[in-house]
Design a protein. Structure first.
Length: 504
């Protein structure tokens, strides 16, 4: 391995070699068959002025890897005001790349000068005055008039914008693929925030989701904001003065807050931003194809400033992608709900009943708990449909379904099995038998209470059969069948009654 210690100490710079090279470039330019005006212009400029006008970065290094020349574009890329700040230094002395990369770069260039062979079209990465930079770099051994290699010519063309666009395209494709594959919405929005932050320096992205039922913005994704901040803004109500995000959702337009400390939009939540050093916020509403507000995408900065054109462009792009993801997720939720719920009453249907009943039974088996299953059939519902019509019958079913839901606990399961048949699974039973019967009779009473429809009072009694776990079966099918038999016993006994299973 080549010893790199010599590269760290700047000795005398071979200025004569540099002068020879620059004079040679002048001779090449003025000897060309060009018009006289251009020839005079070239001869009137010294070599420094000519090379500063070159659009690409040009660097010259001596055999020890020390910089002996840099034109204006190269100095600007490195964030240096003058050549003196670079003169005699090496790649190890500049904070433009990781030390391992600098070591590899130095060894490569030493080998190129030893072999006397050019190395062309390499994509290189570094840190510049304005963030991460990509270059298409060519390295050519520099020779004196005797043909001896005395250093290295490095020419670099800035391809940062091209690489950013390639990264952006790949990131967009990744997010869209996640949407197409049905990945969880939070994972998609988290990836989208990461893409925005990869593209933009010094900003942190956040997505809030609008819940129209409560008129609030709820947390969607903010992978690099403090969790405490995300919790504090979760549930913010939208309105014309509700911070950048609340106002953006309310006004349906992008809101740019350059200074949170002085913007009246933040009067109600300024302290929250101040706790975490956030000074500016630019929020873009996420709008569905049908013009419905779905949420907001916000970019936060810890400095007082407005977004650059590129930041505004990326924010708009990300809001569009977020809209696609949110709409897809909502549609999937809607489809899933329709597939597993009764469209009339909104109760779970048979498709959802069996897996939920199975999980409840598994939990009860593991924890040693009891379960009660009630099978319910309305006694005179066919008569209601035949005499009053299906519209009235549907309203009666909806009312009775709501009554059953209001008569049980959140942990219990109420299902419409079809037609006028329902089931209730009581998952946490810690009462004795008489108390259980009283509870079930309360449910029956709520079902049988008159229903008011179009100024008419309609009553629908029910027959209820009840089965118990573990005595009546060890599977959902066995328990429901046992409750069904008990229900038919109630029907045969005159209806409008409750019957327990044989073991009950």
């Amino acid at each position: 391995m080549t010893d790199t210690t010599a590269a760290h100490s700047a000795g005398p710079v071979e200025a004569a070699t540099l002068d020879q090279l620059l004079r040679q470039l002048i001779r090449i330019a003025t000897a060309a068959d060009i018009d006289s005006d251009a020839s005079l212009a070239i001869q009137s400029l010294d070599a420094r002025q000519l090379l500063d006008q070159f659009p690409q970065s040009l660097l010259l290094k001596d055999r020890r890897g020390r910089y002996v020349f840099a034109n204006a574009p190269a100095l600007a890329a490195a964030g240096l005001a003058s050549e003196e700040e670079l003169f005699g230094r090496t790649v190890f002395d500049l904070d433009m790349m990781e030390s391992e990369v600098a070591e590899q770069r130095f060894l490569l260039e030493q080998q190129l000068m030893a072999d006397g062979v050019a190395f062309e079209q390499e994509e290189t990465f570094g840190r510049g005055a304005e963030g991460s930079l990509w270059y298409l770099t060519t390295r050519t051994p520099m020779r004196n008039e005797e043909g001896q290699v005395v250093g290295l010519i490095v020419m670099a063309r800035d391809i940062t914008e091209r690489k950013r666009q390639e990264d952006l395209n790949r990131g967009q494709a990744t997010v869209l693929e996640m949407v197409a594959r049905g990945r969880p919405l939070k994972a998609i929005l988290t990836a989208l925030c990461g893409l925005v932050q990869q593209q933009l320096q010094g900003v942190t992205a956040s997505v809030l989701l609008f819940d129209p039922d409560i008129n609030q913005l709820r947390h969607g994704a903010s992978p690099d904001l403090p969790d405490a901040f995300s919790r504090l803004v979760d549930g913010i109500e939208i309105g014309p003065q509700a911070g950048s995000c609340g106002a953006a959702a309310w006004r349906r337009q992008t809101i740019v807050t350059t200074d949170i400390d002085s913007d009246p939009l933040w009067d109600g939540c300024r302290e929250i931003a101040a706790m975490f050093g956030l000074r500016s916020c630019w929020s873009t509403p996420i709008i569905a194809v049908g013009e419905e507000v779905l949420g907001t995408l916000a970019l936060y900065s810890k400095t007082v400033r407005a977004p650059t054109p590129r930041e505004a462009e990326i924010s708009a792009m990300a809001a569009d992608l977020a809209g696609i993801a949110i709409e897809r997720a909502r549609n999937e939720q809607r489809i899933h709900h329709m597939a597993h719920h009764d469209p009339l009453t909104g109760l779970p249907n048979r498709a959802l009943f069996w897996p939920k009943f199975g999980r409840a039974l598994s939990d009860a088996r593991r924890e040693g708990r009891k379960i009660i299953v009630a099978y319910i059939d309305l006694d005179n519902f066919k008569q209601i449909n035949d005499t009053l019509g299906h519209a009235i019958g549907d309203e009666v079913l909806r009312t009775i379904a709501n009554r059953m839901l209001n008569s049980v606990r959140a942990s219990d399961l109420v299902v419409r099995l079809g037609g006028d048949e329902f089931a209730i699974v009581f998952s946490h039973v810690d009462q004795d038998r008489p108390a259980v019967v009283r509870r079930l009779q309360h449910v029956r009473a709520s079902i049988s209470a008159p229903v008011s429809v179009d100024d008419a009072e309609i009553s629908a009694t029910c027959s209820m059969g009840v089965a118990f776990y573990p005595g009546d079966g060890d599977t959902p099918e066995a328990l429901l069948a046992s409750a069904d038999r008990a229900m038919y016993d109630a029907k045969r006994g005159g209806r409008d009654a409750l019957r327990l299973s044989a073991t009950g």
